[in-house]
Design a protein around this ligand. Structure first.
Ligand code: GBH
Length: 442
């Protein structure tokens, strides 16, 4: 028995063990001709990000990618989920930056040289600022811009990646960023949000069509699913919970796999959707080969009153991470089985992200993170339960390889298996890194 409570023998033959990052969170955008993205703009506006921190240097992975890939290989991981920064590839949203493409070319070759399978994500939130200025995800043209970018970057690396995801977490791209206002571009506008909720799916579908046309396969989308628990059984609470679940968990899966939007979300969004939205479903439903699920926590929902959708969250009683997110591993089992049963059927499912934020600090040259070891143990157990229930779960990517830029929370929420000192940029594997390495190598 290892510290994580499993070895490879406890999972099906060929199960893919990986770790994940995203471009803006680790690379640093000040090198290599990267253009500004809407995250640089957002972070520069006071009040949006803790301490107004940004991704200018981040983990300096742009210059340190070789030792970083060594860390992945040395842990015994089979695969690495990474993303390409759209603004690095197309600094002004149009012109192609060869230096940026070369970086991803080297990175993919570096993975293959180390026997790490590359799982690429096309969009993990770094929209070029020039495209944001044209309306970004509110503008229907974003689907064409994204199709062009997809063709450009996949023309360079598509022949060597194992799998490709279009969009990371469409809920965050659309709702969190245009209605809640917590991520770039920081809007709080139902009309903007409704349009983004639709355009992000249209862009996904267009990208799938483009890649099929290039002869590429193993294409998927990555949704974030979050438990939604009503705090009590009053009718108004249940209504708020159903809207939350529909907007968060059902909207994207229902569109991609069923060609429809869930009623509990559509009742509020329909008046704000772009004209002719029905006609886009054939594109949105372009068949995918796999489904990625990011899972972290559950939320307890109350009815906030006021305007639709009246959703608010309130703290719950479960043990919490440094982000105050409740730890609820059984929701991972539930969502894996639910997604397969309701939507994706026999298609392979991957946990494309799971992990937790800690306030991890160095102690005598080591970095003890017992809460993370337990969190991972309990979530890997939940994944095994989903497999036992018959869910076609094929792999699991721990978020994240190393501490990084945690978006609006800046650098003090640490999700890494590897500690990063943001003054010296020194990397030190935490206890959780050693625990997973032992599990994978036993
Ligand atoms: C993932 O999002 C991201 O893909 C990844 O980049 C990130 O580093 C990782 O999680 C850890 O956060 O309190 O209403 O503002 C996870 C899903 C959903 C988590 C929104 C943060 C904040 C909601 N995210 N949530 S709110």
């Amino acid at each position: 028995m290892t510290g994580l409570g499993f070895t490879r023998a406890d999972f099906p033959e060929g199960f893919v063990f990986g770790t994940a990052t995203s471009a803006y969170q680790i690379e640093g955008v000040k090198f290599g001709g990267c253009g500004p993205s809407h995250w640089d703009t957002f972070a520069a506006t006071p009040g949006n990000v803790e301490r107004a921190e940004d991704g200018a240097l981040a983990c300096d992975h742009y210059n340190r990618w070789q030792p970083d890939l060594d860390l992945i290989a040395n842990a015994g991981f089979d695969a690495y989920r990474f993303s390409m920064n759209w603004a690095r590839v197309m600094p002004d949203g149009q012109r192609v930056n060869p230096e940026g493409l070369d970086f991803y070319d080297r990175l993919v070759d570096g993975m293959l040289a180390r026997n790490i399978r590359p799982y690429a994500t096309l969009y993990h939130w770094d929209l070029p600022a020039a495209l944001a200025d044209k309306g970004g995800w509110r503008n229907r043209d974003v689907a064409s811009w994204f199709a062009d970018y997809t063709e450009t970057v996949m023309g360079k690396i598509g022949d060597r990646v194992e799998a490709t995801a279009t969009i990371n977490e469409p809920w965050c791209v659309a709702w969190l960023s245009h209605f809640i206002g917590a991520h770039a571009p920081g809007l709080r506008d139902i009309r903007a949000a409704a349009r983004a909720m639709h355009h992000v799916l249209l862009a996904h579908g267009r990208a799938v069509e483009v890649m099929r046309g290039m002869g590429l396969n193993n294409l998927g989308i990555v949704t974030n699913l979050e438990g939604s628990t009503p705090v009590d059984d009053r009718p108004e609470t249940i209504v708020a919970h159903e809207r939350n679940h529909a907007l968060y968990n059902e909207w994207f899966l229902s569109a991609v796999f069923k060609g429809e939007y869930p009623k509990a979300a559509l009742e509020g969004l329909e008046p704000h959707l772009p004209q002719g939205w029905h006609d886009d479903f054939p594109t949105i439903q372009a068949p995918v080969d796999w489904l990625g699920i990011n899972y972290y926590t559950r939320k307890r929902v109350v009815n906030a009153g006021g305007a639709w959708p009246q959703i608010a969250y309130t703290p719950g009683p479960l043990e919490k991470t440094a982000f105050d997110w409740e730890i609820d591993p059984d929701q991972l089992r539930h969502f894996l089985t639910w997604a397969a049963t309701e939507y994706s059927g026999d298609l392979p499912i991957y946990v494309t992200e799971n992990g937790m934020a800690g306030h991890d600090y160095m102690l005598d040259g080591t970095c003890p993170d017992p809460q993370r070891v337990k969190y991972l143990r309990d979530h890997f157990t939940a994944a095994r339960q989903a497999i036992a229930e018959g869910t076609p779960l094929r792999g699991y990517f721990v978020w994240s390889l190393m501490d990084n830029y945690e978006w609006a929370a800046g650098y003090d929420k640490r999700f890494g298996l590897v500690h990063v000192d943001f003054d010296t940029l020194e990397r030190t594997p935490k206890d959780s890194y050693h625990a997973i390495s032992a599990a994978l190598r036993e």
